[in-house]
Design a protein around this ligand. Structure first.
Ligand code: PRT
Ligand code: MG
Length: 218
């Protein structure tokens, strides 16, 4: 049996065409069932639905043989645990977005950086943010949040946020401006190292099929 960990939503949707290229069709719709284990057209392949941030944990500890996780999630996971036994063979170029710094329009980020002011930064991505500001030599007070980061500058909780941006409409709706792009983000295939040895042929074939179906000019 081959078990693939996916999160509902964009990662599930954007992984479907890659699975199709490997001849795998998920036969249940995650939006229409409460089941957490989904069957496929192949009796020896199943999909388990987990939270996006739990995908690396499932794969690392063998709860799944493979999974798909965002670079954002993988960086934060590696900062919290040693991520040993987690192999990342492929950037799938799906669920693309960018990690950026955003502030209220009336906050002069460049001036604050230049003056060496201490900046209060709210984010779910503390590892990325810590590294980014350390590289710039900017002193920050990091405030860990688990969601709705956009609210932090609006309520005075923070001067800036570090968050994922794709269309920019969430920032716009909250009157925030993107002041710095930190990195491009996409999702990667992650594989349990022990599974790679034990199920080598099956997993290699899957990796090859996925590699051949990665969205072009993405
Ligand atoms: O939603 P949930 O709390 O269950 O978990 P999650 O948010 O981690 O999962 P999900 O499915 O929303 O995201 C899974 C992965 O998709 C992330 O780990 C990213 O790698 C990737 N991804 C790509 C995104 C986005 N684009 C994205 N736009 N993840 C989140 N967003 C959010 C962003 O945080 C912000 O709130 O969408 C909002 C901004 O979008 P725009 O289009 O308004 O700019
Ligand atoms: Mg989400």
């Amino acid at each position: 049996m081959l078990t693939l960990a996916l999160s509902k939503g964009r990662i599930f949707e954007e992984t479907l065409p890659l699975l199709a290229a490997a001849g795998i069709v998920v036969t249940e719709d995650p939006e229409k069932t409460r089941k957490l284990i989904l069957a496929t057209n192949q009796p020896d392949v199943r999909v388990v639905l987990v939270r996006a941030t739990d995908v690396p944990t499932y794969v690392q500890h063998g709860g799944a043989d493979l999974g798909v996780a965002g670079k954002d999630v993988l960086i934060e996971h590696a900062a919290e645990s040693d991520a040993a036994g987690l192999y990342q063979p492929l950037d799938l170029q799906i669920a693309r977005c960018r990690m950026s710094v955003a502030t209220r329009a009336d906050f002069d980020y460049e001036a604050a950086v230049k003056q060496g002011s201490r900046i209060r930064v709210a984010t779910k991505y503390t590892a990325v943010a810590r590294q980014h500001f350390a590289d710039k030599g900017v002193h920050v007070d990091l405030i860990k949040l688990y969601g709705s980061m956009e609210l932090a500058p609006l309520t005075g909780l923070a001067d800036a946020i570090v968050d994922l941006v794709s269309t920019g409409s969430t920032l716009k709706a909250n009157k925030l401006v993107e002041v710095e792009r930190i990195m491009d983000i996409s999702s990667r295939l992650v594989v349990n190292q022990a599974a790679l040895k034990l199920k080598r042929e099956r997993i290699r074939a899957l990796i090859a099929a996925f590699a051949g179906a990665i969205p072009a000019n993405a």
